[in-house]
Ligand binder design. Structure first.
Ligand SMILES: Cc1cc2nc3c(=O)[nH]c(=O)nc-3n(C[C@H](O)[C@H](O)[C@H](O)COP(=O)(O)O)c2cc1C
Length: 205
């Protein structure tokens, strides 16, 4: 079979298209963002990570991780006030962005293009460039304002991906639920992973 060497330009754009922006905001469920980063580390993806100030608190409160160890899972890390960072510009090509978990505050910033910090700015850039943006919005119960913000973000092209477990897969632990959700998020981003078990239909159906 004839093989064609990849021109240097194409190699460059292949790498660029494998950049993924990951943000961890201060909603409950910091472990979801951490598990995603762990999973992404084994994939050919260059992760660009932002951890919000509030997420520093939830990471400490909810997990045994320290923030530095979480940051070491990513290829490149930014602080939320680094508004001049590469990922703040649409000219810096990425394959999309995921905010996991996504607080209502950050959802609101995204839905209103209130790009005061790097999380909201990178998300706005992702939307304006027509790239996939997944918002793992975690809050319950939801009032009408929350629902309207989600609708607004969805109308602009965001995927609203609340971390709702699939009970039909009978997860035996929180870790299993988190793995399952991380797998579903990766699948939705087009990054297939072995963590996302497929439903095979009810027995005998
Ligand atoms: C332990 C803890 C749990 C929280 N859980 C949630 C939550 O599930 N959803 C949410 O919208 N905010 C939650 N918050 C509040 C957010 O952290 C707060 O609104 C913060 O300003 C969000 O900022 P950020 O979006 O920049 O991270 C929680 C805060 C703490 C300390």
């Amino acid at each position: 079979m004839e093989t064609h060497p990849v021109p240097p330009g194409d190699r460059h754009s292949q790498k660029q298209s494998q950049r993924l922006v990951v943000a961890i905001s201060g909603a409950s469920g910091a472990i979801l963002g951490i598990r995603l980063l762990q999973r992404l580390k084994s994939l050919p993806v260059e992760t660009h990570l932002i951890i919000s100030q509030a997420a520093r608190l939830t990471i400490r409160q909810e997990t045994d991780w320290d923030v530095g160890a979480v940051q070491s899972l990513a290829a490149i890390c930014y602080e939320p006030d680094q508004i001049g960072a590469a990922i703040a510009s649409g000219s810096f090509r990425t394959r999309g962005m995921v905010i996991a978990p996504c607080s209502i505050k950050t959802l609101s910033a995204v839905a209103n293009s209130n790009s005061q910090d790097l999380v909201a700015r990178a998300a706005d850039v992702t939307l304006k460039e027509g790239r996939p943006l997944l918002l793992v919005v975690r809050e319950t119960p939801l009032h009408l304002g929350h629902l309207r913000l989600m609708a607004q973000a969805a109308e602009m092209g965001a995927v609203i991906f609340p971390p709702v477990p699939a009970f039909y897969q009978r997860p035996q632990s929180l870790a299993e639920m988190v793995d399952q959700l991380a797998g579903r998020i990766l699948t939705r981003l087009g990054l297939e992973g072995p963590l996302a078990a497929e439903w095979q239909g009810l027995e005998g159906e």
